[in-house]
Design a protein around this ligand. Structure first.
Ligand SMILES: Cc1ncc(COP(=O)(O)O)c(C=O)c1O
Length: 397
């Protein structure tokens, strides 16, 4: 943790605000400085050689380490409860580092069958020649997870709640299975953020984020984060340094700024989403709705056990299928028709033809990403305006 003034008795919200708090001794500035330097001068040749032997001993070159991105590492590690973290140019770069860092030819990874479409695309396209056997499993079925593991398996990778169906996976049960087989458990915690879900408390080894979403929160950057304990550092650090998918110091700084309001934003995302979900649940044009905070969610109890808030994401299936979905998306004005999520703006999109278009028709149907499924990332506008907008769009169906 970066803050030598951090008091463990302070509340989590204080950690969110102060977690990166290193006052600039020269100026007293309370905002951290941005260090754009690509390279850092050594005091002498011996020091240069020393830093190359141990790159954590000082700054060498920004692909290897940078003071601003290090502040961000300290912050996300503190918020998730781990000792170490690394920052990446995107969530996808972070996921790639985990896969390539921990598995190789002849080895296997157990992966949740409902997952962000880009992760599915990475596995089906770029990783197709990696020699890694990806085993797709409905990770709500623990016996199927067990059955997919053998002595080639290196890790289990899950996303919960899953993008886009909001299926909830039992983090503790998955961590226990991973421990039993002496393999790693990894959680993509993008949807909930550490404010609403801390996988480490349930035994997860590695947590990753598309920080592009709620952590950044304002739709103005793309970033990925991985956080873990020290023993995992070397491997992931080398993938990052060797492949070069680093986060720029400027984007690290914007992210540090965004995270300072995480708790306030997440509370309002949850509050607004619950009201929108209750409105949608009663609407005659809607066949089904998935929101972890509704008792109708098939894993409502599990969600309440492992999350401290229900989040800002809703999916719903329209009775009129894809055409009805198109009408709704083309009729909204307060909501914006755009992919991504976790922004202050409410975003609406169609997973089957957009974020999850890398899925085959068969996989879409098997994982419940139906043609009429619409995904909503509820933002921070006045909730009545979001509901009125959706109401007038749904009335056109
Ligand atoms: C759950 C989840 N994981 C990972 C990613 C990939 O992150 P990025 O777009 O920052 O590469 C996304 C992007 O939407 C996502 O929703």
């Amino acid at each position: 943790m970066s803050d030598d003034k951090t008091n463990m008795n302070e509340h989590y919200e204080t950690l969110v605000v102060h977690g990166d708090h290193k006052l600039d001794e020269a100026t007293g500035g309370i905002a951290p400085p941005i260090h754009p330097s690509s390279t850092f001068a050594f005091k002498n040749a011996d020091q240069g050689a020393e830093f190359f032997k141990d790159p954590t001993a000082g700054f060498i070159y920004t692909r290897i380490g940078n003071p601003t991105t290090h502040l961000l590492c300290d912050k996300i590690a503190a918020l998730e409860g781990y000792s170490h973290a690394l920052t990446f140019s995107s969530g996808m770069a972070a996921i790639y580092a985990i896969f390539i860092g921990y598995a190789g030819p002849g080895e296997s990874i157990v992966i949740s069958d409902t997952i962000y479409g880009g992760t599915n695309g990475l596995i089906r396209n770029t990783m197709a020649t990696s020699g890694i056997d990806f085993r797709w499993v409905d990770c709500t079925k623990l016996d199927e997870v067990e059955a997919a593991i053998d002595n080639t398996t290196k890790l289990i990778f899950i996303e919960t709640p899953a993008n886009p169906t909001l299926k909830i996976i039992d983090i503790e049960a998955i961590s226990n299975i991973a421990k039993k087989h002496n393999i790693l458990s990894v959680v993509d915690n993008t949807f909930q953020t550490p404010y609403l879900q801390k996988p480490r408390e349930f035994g997860t080894d590695i947590v990753m984020h598309s920080a592009t979403k709620y952590l950044g929160g304002h739709g103005d950057l793309v970033a990925g984060l991985i956080t873990f304990d020290e023993k995992y550092f070397d491997k992931l650090f080398h993938v990052l340094v060797d492949t070069g998918g680093i986060l720029s110091p400027f984007n690290a700084w914007i992210l540090l700024r965004g995270i300072k309001t995480l708790h306030v934003r997440m509370d309002r995302h949850c509050e607004n989403a619950k009201k929108v979900a209750e409105f949608l649940e009663g609407h005659p044009a809607i066949d089904r709705i998935w929101y972890p905070g509704l008792k109708s969610h098939p894993q409502y109890e599990l969600g309440q056990k492992q999350m401290t808030g229900d989040g800002g994401m809703i999916s719903f299936d329209l009775k009129g299928g894809k055409n009805a979905g198109r009408t709704v998306m083309d009729s909204v004005h307060v909501c914006t028709l755009a992919v991504s999520l976790g922004d202050v703006d409410t975003l609406i999109q169609h997973p089957a033809s957009m974020t999850h278009s890398s899925y085959s028709e068969k996989d879409l149907l098997e994982t419940g990403i139906t043609p009429g499924l619409v995904r909503l990332s509820v933002g921070l506008e006045h909730v009545d305006d979001i509901i009125d907008d959706l109401k007038s769009a749904l009335d056109k169906v």
